[in-house]
Design a protein around this ligand. Structure first.
Ligand code: UN1
Length: 498
């Protein structure tokens, strides 16, 4: 067994600081196991970290984009070398199963490889001018300092989605990992240093909401990249309103859904529903809290889904036979159980009762069994509108396709959706009428790939997708115009005679 003893440190301008305060990172599968102790960044430290990034910015910006990209090639090799260690550390710190953690490390690696590859791709283009001797170009410039504030549920891939494009385009960064996954955050940061990113181009600041708020309220921060809850995203927007030229790209909550039409292949629909709802114990931002099932096949579908859901193995994330591990912490257990009770109060027919697992194998961890219920859609019900972030699933019957569209859209969120059908006309209808950022057909509503844009609408995001889509948030476009003639000619026929 590996033993992880992580002395947490901030790292500012290449030097490590023990800091003050204490965040204890615990293994959610066994709360007695402490992964490490980490400091809580103060306002003064956040100012220092941002100043270090600001100081490093001019040199980094002036470095050739191709050389910046090469740092990512070295980073890719290091991640490949450490894949298994990183996956195990992640499994211990956040309780995702080893196979999910391995997939996440691969997802992070893909982002780094993508960034290396795009280093040699064009970032602008040539635009013709009214004047034949004039050449015009669209070019991109980095904004400056980017604050990267990331969640615990994808503690490796999501920071790389954000840090990758930001640093490639010449920005510098302050990285604040979630207080629920500081060890994997710090390890990722160390890999950047090993790959040769110059001191100060990326700085590490541990901490909680107060640290994040101090970072966001710093006028020297040009861009805030955030993935997390709607409440925190909204607060970031409010604080950022004081900083006029601030860019905020936020990915937030969801109440994603799978829509299962009556022509669906039932076994495929059951797998799609199960994976969407219960992978990562329902703790992906794209996890489905709702399966919308057409009335004609409802009973058959529900029966099959319940049969496989009852078979799910829940337990130690390091045991490869388990389908899911625990939820992240005690507060999360409480929150999910509260919504489980609420579903009953709101009139659900509970088909599988979700409860805490207290047997010998599970009692030291934050383990929950899946909660599944049938409920008719109606406008007041909270359990089918609010994000639960756990193994909590509503089965909602619908009659017509228009009903399904109305139900899908009837939440404040719009992140991901899947439709299970063999009919291309239905696919198109849902694509056009449902409000979402990522749509899937005959697939679960989870499972992003890094070269696709990732983001949502409504309270799920503010329209700046991360991963491959992030370049627009971390750069600004300039028009660059050159006259090859020997005299001045102006557009629109403007006279130049003196
Ligand atoms: C998230 O849950 O914050 O789409 C990101 C997916 C993942 C990414 C989810 N690869 O399932």
């Amino acid at each position: 067994m590996l033993s992880f003893k992580h002395p947490g440190r901030h790292c500012i301008a290449g030097s490590w600081h023990p800091g003050t305060g204490e965040i204890l990172s615990r293994n959610p599968a066994n709360l007695d196991e402490i992964i490490g102790a980490f400091p809580v960044g103060t306002q003064a430290e956040s100012i220092e970290a941002v100043a270090a990034a600001r100081h490093a910015f001019p040199n980094w910006r002036r470095t050739s984009r191709l050389h910046r990209a090469e740092c990512f090639n070295r980073l890719a090799n290091i991640i490949e070398r450490d894949q298994e260690y990183l996956a195990e550390l992640m499994a211990r710190e956040v309780g995702k199963t080893l196979s999910e953690c391995r997939a996440e490390v691969v997802e992070g690696l893909h982002m780094v490889q993508y960034v290396f590859g795009t280093g040699r791709m064009p970032t602008g283009y040539v635009i013709d001018s009214e004047i034949s001797e004039k050449d015009a170009f669209l070019r991109r410039k980095p904004w400056g300092v980017v604050a990267v504030i990331t969640p615990w549920n994808f503690p490796f891939a999501v920071p790389l989605w954000m840090l990758g494009p930001s640093l490639l385009e010449g920005n510098t960064a302050v990285f604040k990992p979630s207080e629920d996954s500081p060890a994997i955050g710090q390890r990722l940061f160390e890999l950047f240093l090993e790959a040769g990113f110059p001191p100060g181009t990326i700085n590490l600041l541990h901490g909680d909401g107060t640290t994040g708020e101090a970072l966001v309220d710093n006028p020297e921060v040009s861009v805030v990249l955030f993935t997390g809850s709607y409440e925190v995203g909204k607060r970031i927007q409010q604080v950022s309103a004081n900083h006029f030229d601030r860019i905020v790209a936020a990915e937030m909550g969801s109440k994603s859904a799978v829509i299962i039409c009556d022509d669906a292949r039932i076994d495929l629909a059951v797998s799609a529903g199960l994976i969407s709802a219960f992978k990562t114990s329902g703790q992906r931002c794209v996890s489905a809290g709702r399966l919308l099932v057409q009335e004609k096949i409802f009973d058959k579908f529900a029966e099959k889904l319940l049969t496989v859901t009852k078979r799910i193995r829940i337990g130690n994330p390091l045991d490869e036979r388990n389908f899911t591990g625990p939820v992240i912490h005690e507060n999360s257990v409480e929150k999910v159980l509260k919504y489980n009770r609420l579903s009953k109060e709101e009139g659900a027919e509970v088909l599988l009762v979700g409860e805490r697992m207290l047997d010998h194998e599970h009692k030291r961890g934050c383990y929950l069994t899946p909660h599944v219920y049938r409920i008719a859609h109606s406008p007041q019900i909270r359990c089918i509108r609010e994000e639960v972030f756990g193994p909590h699933l509503a089965l909602i019957p619908f009659k017509t396709l228009d009903d399904a569209i109305e139900i899908y859209n009837d939440t404040d969120f719009g992140l991901s959706m899947a439709v299970i059908t063999e009919d291309f006309r239905k696919m198109r209808l849902f694509r056009e009428e449902c409000n979402f950022g990522m749509g899937y057909v005959n697939l679960p509503c989870i499972g992003a790939e890094v070269h696709l844009p990732f983001g949502g609408v409504k309270k799920s995001g503010n329209g700046h997708p991360s991963a491959a889509g992030l370049v627009d948030a971390v750069t600004h476009k300039i028009a660059w115009t050159v006259n090859h003639g020997t005299e001045i000619k102006m557009a629109q026929g403007l006279k130049t005679d003196v």
